[in-house]
Design a protein around this ligand. Structure first.
Ligand SMILES: [Zn+2]
Length: 137
């Protein structure tokens, strides 16, 4: 008998002849039996729920490690690179140089006229002042 059938049976039992001293114990027994089954069902549901939660958690963890593998370690890698603005002493073009290159003493050439703006020795070509000496604007 399913739980629904049991409850319907109890209902019918009570409605049918009414509860008397004679059948009182029997009715109570049926009700307790139905309650026991409800308690058991809830228990099973709880276990299933816990299993499902654990399963979802493990999927979540797998997904996180998969994301790491596919997309790398995360947002930290996307920190914006800093740039220094440089003015070409030959043609006056303003352009941006990665700060890393700017301070490393590497030779920097103007992207427009191709002249060396900052030489590898840190000395300007032709003795003209560069924005490295002038500082930032
Ligand atoms: Zn130039």
């Amino acid at each position: 008998m399913s739980l629904k059938e049991k409850v319907a049976y109890i209902k019918g039992f009570i409605k049918g002849g009414g509860v008397s001293e004679k059948n009182f114990e029997e009715v109570i027994e049926l009700i307790v039996d139905a309650l026991e089954e409800i308690a058991h069902e809830i228990d099973e549901l709880e276990k299933t729920q816990i299993d499902l939660e654990e399963y979802v958690e493990s999927i979540d963890e797998d997904l996180a490690s998969l994301e790491k593998e596919v997309f790398g370690e995360g947002e930290e890698a996307e920190v914006e690179e800093e740039f220094e603005e440089v003015e070409c002493p030959s043609c006056g073009e303003m352009f941006f140089v990665p700060a890393q290159d700017y301070y490393s003493g590497e030779e920097i050439r103007c992207p427009v006229c191709g002249k060396v703006v900052i030489s590898e020795e840190g000395e300007e070509e032709g003795g003209e002042q560069t924005s490295r000496d002038k500082g930032r604007n």
